[in-house]
Design a protein around this ligand. Structure first.
Ligand code: SAH
Length: 203
């Protein structure tokens, strides 16, 4: 998600106490993170629904983080923070084995083969997630892009992860859809008639 540049955007983000440089605010608590949160709909809803868990939404574009900040403007959500970082840098920022759940929602598909390494479910990213996740930690991945989904199923398996559950039609899978929190893209794509794929994986 790319938005037109907004003057003073970086400064606003750097000055916000809600945008953090590390995950220390959650220390000692269950931490759940979304990588590539976009405007933050999903992670905000999660934080409101589960006040006893701690949530951090990560997004690489400052203009997009600013939209998330504007969304919660005035709301007091003490268990939620944002990070403006590239997922590739997180292993230097987050303490190893401190994350309970990683959510990847509608990650950029990078359909060309020569760009496969940029997919957030490619080998180098899975190595990062392995370092960040607690021993019992899990990844929950949703997309409407069947090619990316099939690639990801293989990538998890090839890299020694267990795929615990998966579906090519989340909204018609009563078990996996229970308690599902829709993301902004999920709402948009399913309104267009696209089916939503989901998998849950564990190392
Ligand atoms: N999760 C949201 C947005 C999906 S779009 C939803 O489901 O509605 C994917 C988002 O991931 C974009 O905003 C993009 O900027 C962000 N993104 C892609 N690669 C990233 C990376 N390496 N690090 C951080 N954010 C990334």
């Amino acid at each position: 998600m790319r938005l037109r540049h907004i003057t003073g955007c970086e400064e606003k983000i750097n000055n916000s106490p809600l945008v953090v440089k590390d995950a220390s605010f959650a220390e000692g608590n269950e931490l759940k993170m979304e990588f590539g949160m976009g405007k933050g709909d999903f992670i905000i809803q999660n934080a409101l629904k589960f006040p006893n868990n701690f949530f951090i939404g990560v997004e690489k574009f400052a203009t997009v983080v600013l939209k998330a900040l504007e969304k919660i403007n005035g709301m007091d959500i003490p268990n939620l923070r944002f990070m403006c970082e590239d997922v590739a840098t997180l292993e230097e920022i987050i303490k190893p084995h401190s994350v309970k759940t990683i959510y990847l929602n509608f990650s950029d598909p990078w359909p060309k083969k020569k760009h496969a390494k940029r997919r957030l479910t490619s080998e180098s990213f899975l190595k990062i997630y392995e370092k960040l996740l607690e021993e019992s930690g899990e990844i929950e991945f949703k997309t409407d892009n069947v090619d990316l989904f099939n690639y990801s199923l293989e990538s998890f398996k090839d890299n020694g992860w267990q795929v615990l559950e998966f579906t090519y039609d989340l909204h018609n899978n009563a078990k996996m859809n229970e308690g599902n929190i829709m993301t902004e893209y999920e709402r948009k794509f399913s309104q267009n008639g696209n089916k939503i794929c989901k998998l849950i994986a564990k190392k």
